[in-house]
Design a protein around this ligand. Structure first.
Ligand code: TRP
Length: 366
């Protein structure tokens, strides 16, 4: 690969945190300066970890009046599984979950669309792949972790290139803010490099096509599953789905791991399981975990679980009610949301693709 003049030094974690803090402070004053791009892979229903980790933030950003694009990364599902049987159902479920938590394509500028329905987005991938080296892809720590976590014996090429696809997700709509957790920072750094390299290589004579997006880092509270030892996730069987019924929630919480001590204390190091349940109650009620522990006193695991069940069911009640209402006419609603979202994404993607072709000397006067 030709050596690209990197005009700025490689990003450090501290710089990313500094920029993220600056954006968080500026967002309420100047929502019009920002366009958020975020997304999920349609691999199953959303759970409480998703809600407190990202969905709630999206709804808050929406309330500030920030324009948001949400990509349902259906092509990305193909990176680590062969079957597509569940995709359509998962996409439908995801759209309903989004609407249930309060994302609102009608009243707000939130556009929900799938990879597979926005051709221009995917076309960005081809020139972008020429801007990264094989070594860079092979070294990506998040990809390496995912490969080992999924226990893949055959790794397809898209698994290595999906971070470049993610760059296309962000850059096709000129998103400048990407709400992410720490583990996604390497991907965002790659997106910044791709934007910079494209501008450096192809925009010598004209205006830059891309701006470098920034991460909006989440608070960093790690939400563990009901086993108290690993991140909450559907595949680990330790999650509470947003769409679960109150009874199912109670049953799941009853199975949560605690310990034999009567006294409830908040001690994330020494008693991670109990601390995680306290944290979950706090996320629902807004109380500090320490205060909840004091309130519950020597009520042992039973009181803790009862408090958590009540807190979760109370917090999720309006979400579940909204979802039940949507369910009545779900096919038409999902179709409308995706049609609207794809139209917005295609419109902006076609403009970006045209700018890109012009920069690459490929518009041929058409
Ligand atoms: N990789 C993300 C996930 O697995 C989903 C995603 C796809 C995404 N494209 C993105 C997230 C762009 C942020 C920005 O959940």
């Amino acid at each position: 690969m030709e050596s690209v003049d990197e005009t700025k030094p490689a990003g450090t974690f501290e710089e990313a945190v500094r920029r993220s803090d600056a954006i968080r402070a500026d967002l309420p004053q100047n929502p019009g300066r920002y366009r958020v791009l975020t997304g999920d892979r349609p691999t199953g229903p959303l759970h409480v970890g998703h809600y407190f980790g990202s969905l709630k933030n999206r709804v808050d950003l929406q309330a500030l009046g920030v324009e948001t694009f949400v990509v349902i990364a259906d092509y990305q599902v193909l990176t680590d599984r062969d079957s597509v049987d569940a995709i359509a159902d998962n996409v439908r479920g995801l759209v309903l979950d989004y609407l249930a938590v309060g994302l609102d394509p009608d009243q707000h500028k939130t556009n929900i669309f799938c990879h597979s329905h926005v051709p221009a987005l995917n076309q960005l991938l081809v020139p972008f792949l020429t801007l990264v080296g094989m070594g860079e892809l092979e070294r990506n720590p998040t990809v390496k972790e995912e490969i080992s976590a999924a226990g893949l014996t055959h790794v397809n090429a898209a698994m290595y290139t999906y971070p470049v696809h993610q760059a296309a997700d962000i850059l096709f709509c000129k998103g400048n803010v990407v709400p992410v957790g720490r583990d996604q920072l390497p991907h965002l750094e790659l997106t910044r490099k791709i934007a910079r390299r494209f501008n450096t290589r192809f925009c010598k004579k004209g205006p830059s096509v891309f701006r470098e997006p920034d991460a909006l880092l989440s608070a960093g509270t790690k939400i563990l599953g009901l086993d108290g030892s690993q991140k909450m996730s559907k595949s680990r069987g330790n999650a509470i789905m947003l769409r679960a019924t109150p009874d199912e929630t109670a049953k799941l919480v009853k199975q949560a791991k605690t310990d034999a001590e009567r006294q409830i204390t908040y001690d994330p190091e020494g008693r991670p399981e109990v601390a995680n349940l306290l944290l979950l109650i706090g996320l629902c009620t807004g109380e500090a975990p320490l205060a909840i522990a004091e309130r519950l006193g020597d009520g042992c695991g039973g009181a803790l679980k009862k408090a958590l069940t009540e807190a979760l069911n109370e917090t999720l009640r309006p979400i579940r009610e909204r979802r039940a209402k949507l369910e009545a006419d779900s096919d038409a609603i999902v179709k409308r949301v995706l049609t609207q979202g794809s139209a917005a994404a295609n419109q902006i993607g076609d403009v970006t693709l045209r700018e890109m072709r012009r920069a690459m000397n490929m518009d041929y006067g058409l």
